[in-house]
Structure formats: structure tokens, C-alpha cells
Design a protein around this ligand. Structure first.
Ligand SMILES: O=C(O)CCC(=O)C(=O)O
Length: 283
């Protein structure tokens, strides 16, 4: 069964694992994540309509594992980690970062993109576990994948941060000629895994309730920094281009026999605005 998942992941660039988590655990974590977001976002009083186009796709809180010990248990869950490690080739894996992605009621679609170009990791050995903490269907922000798109091996940066991505430009840039999109209905307990090079997008949330999702990004142990593009996951600990990505900011995630400690490396006050907006943990 796990071999089937790996074959499907290699072929399509994503898999959905049904019933991986217990419903009662998911319901528990939903409340924990909601509280953590409320705490992180306490100084952000903007309404959806006043946010940037990017922020209208989702509320984003990163590195929740650091300042919330209960979420740390979810981000370092060994059942999720085991599957992620297996899909990446059975090596130990490290966390790049985790993040809650809440598509608010009325939130717009998530523009099509792939993730790896956002990260200065040289090797293409990255994977995201997308863990819905509520049911997700075509009405409330379903995630959809372009099957096989990871094989295009295209690392072009798709800018989803500064405005809506033009559909035609995207297909051209992504070198995707034909674009079936496999949207996934997700039940409580289901988890999807997508490769860092798999193009994906999400539908708008047309419901009256926020779509709460927690995600964890992992990379194979031994990956190195590929370029000098800034990223907290490497720059906080001064990892230079060519060096192995290995620090308390990106600890081993699987296999582990104990949860990691909160990183000693804090985030400089140069980035106070990110901390005040709740994107990153405060000290
Ligand atoms: O949850 C979403 O709307 C988008 C998720 C996504 O892009 C990701 O997890 O890489």
C-alpha cells in the first residue's frame, strides 16, 4: 500500500492519504491552531477587503511549532513524517517550516504556483504535508494539483505575492500546455502531500466559515543552500550558499524519539513588522 503511494507520488507529484489522523485529534488541533492564530494576529485588525491580494488568499502564520508546544506535536507527528520521508526516498527529513493557512470566509483563490523556487534549497527533495483541520470541498478552498507537473523540472519563480497571477502567463511560464487540475475533497483525518515542484492552486472560500489548514514543509536531510535568496529558515542561523542546511531552526523531523526544543536562534528585530503581523514568532 505504501509502495502504491510512492508510485503515485512519483508519477503525479502528489498523493492524498485518507484517514491518516484520528478525527478527535484533528478536532483538537483545529481549536489549538485557531487560538494560536488569534494570539499571533492580535495586532492585525484589517478586514479581508483591506488586505493585499496575496493575503486575501489566506492568513499565514509560520513556524508555529516554535512558540506553540502543542502544535509542535502536530508538525513533528511521526505518522506524517514517516510518509513524507518515504515519499522523498526514505531518508531522514528536516522541517523547513510549518504554517497555518486559513482561507477566510469570502477569501479569494490561491493563485497557481509551485513552492520550491520560494526556497533557496539546491536539491529538489522537498515535500509539503497539507493537513486540513476541517472538511474541504469545492465550496471552501479546495486544493488542486497539476498532475505530473513536477517532472517539468522548472524552477521559475511564479510571483503570487504582488497581485493576481495571469492565467495565460502562468501556463506559459510553467511550461504546462494542457492543464487538468485534480482538485481534492478532503475529509477530517485526510492529509495530502505534494512535491516542491508540483504546480497547485486552491479555489476561493465561498462558504461562511474559515477554512483552517496546517501545513508542514520538509526537506531531505543533507540538502544544501543553493543560492543567496533570503529565507528565515537559513539566514537566521547564518547558513551560507553551498553549506548543508542543518540548524536548530530546521531540526530533524523524522525519525525522532523526542520533540525538538524551541530554536535558540531568534528572529532579529529588523523583522519586527513580520512578528507584529503574526507571520513569525515573537521572542
Ligand atoms: O492552502 C492553500 O490555499 C494553498 C496551499 C499551498 O500553496 C501550499 O501549501 O503550498
Amino acid at each position: 500500500m505504501i509502495e502504491d503511494l510512492k508510485n503515485k507520488f512519483d508519477e503525479d507529484g502528489y498523493v492524498v492519504v485518507r484517514d491518516l489522523l484520528k478525527a478527535s485529534d484533528v478536532e483538537f488541533y483545529r481549536e489549538v491552531v485557531k487560538d494560536a492564530i488569534r494570539e499571533r494576529k492580535q495586532f492585525d485588525e484589517r478586514e479581508l477587503k483591506d488586505k493585499s491580494v496575496y493575503e486575501q488568499s489566506f492568513v499565514q502564520c509560520q513556524n508555529l511549532w516554535e512558540d506553540n508546544e502543542t502544535i509542535r506535536e502536530l508538525s513533528f507527528n511521526q505518522e506524517i513524517g514517516e510518509i513524507a520521508a518515504y515519499l522523498l526516498g526514505n531518508k531522514p527529513i528536516r522541517i523547513w517550516h510549518d504554517q497555518a493557512l486559513v482561507k477566510e470566509a469570502g477569501g479569494r483563490e490561491t493563485d497557481p504556483h509551485h513552492d520550491q523556487p520560494y526556497w533557496p534549497i539546491k536539491e529538489n527533495n522537498t515535500i509539503t504535508a497539507w493537513i486540513p483541520l476541517c472538511k474541504v470541498d469545492e465550496i471552501n478552498g479546495q486544493l488542486g494539483f497539476y498532475p505530473g507537473s513536477h517532472k517539468v523540472d522548472e524552477r521559475r519563480f511564479i510571483d503570487i505575492f504582488s497581485g493576481k497571477v495571469d492565467e495565460e502567463d502562468f501556463l506559459k511560464q510553467a511550461k504546462i500546455e494542457f492543464s487538468p487540475i485534480n482538485y481534492q475533497n478532503m475529509d477530517i483525518g485526510d492529509v495530502s502531500f505534494h512535491h516542491g515542484l508540483t504546480f497547485h492552486r486552491a479555489k476561493p472560500n465561498l462558504s461562511k466559515v474559515d477554512r483552517i489548514v496546517h501545513t508542514v514543509i520538509f526537506f531531505a536531510d543533507g540538502c544544501t543552500r543553493g543560492n543567496d535568496q533570503f529565507h528565515f529558515s537559513v539566514d537566521r542561523s547564518g547558513i551560507k550558499v553551498g553549506e548543508e542546511i542543518k540548524s536548530d531552526v530546521t531540526p530533524l523531523a523524522y525519525p525522532i524519539d523526542k520533540l525538538p526544543d524551541r530554536p535558540k536562534t531568534t528572529i532579529s528585530d529588523e523583522f519586527l513588522a513580520y512578528k507584529m503581523l503574526g507571520l513569525l514568532p515573537k521572542d
